[in-house]
Design a protein around this ligand. Sequence first.
Ligand code: ZN
Length: 102
Amino acid sequence: MKTTDLSEAVDKTVSIKPSPCPWCGVVQDMASGAGHQKTPEPEDVSLCIDCGEWTVFTETLGLRKPTDNEFIEIGQRTDCRLLRMVWTKVDAQRRQGNERQA
Ligand SMILES: [Zn+2]
């Protein structure tokens, strides 16, 4: 995934049914397709922008934790690895920004 692909994806942010992240509890109400421009569907993998953990859309488009097998699958996906790397960098910048403000 190129950087340009990610910035294009960010432009395609869509509203989703507000659902709490099963890891951190922050309610997610927006989603951006990374590398694909589509509205989330059941079983699609998602990365929580707040805690950086993986979630999976349920049948009703809520969010759940991935199963063990899904975690293995996610770990093998290049797009997921790149997305997590980008999230880690953005999160580090966000933390630095918060430290400067404090
Ligand atoms: Zn979260």
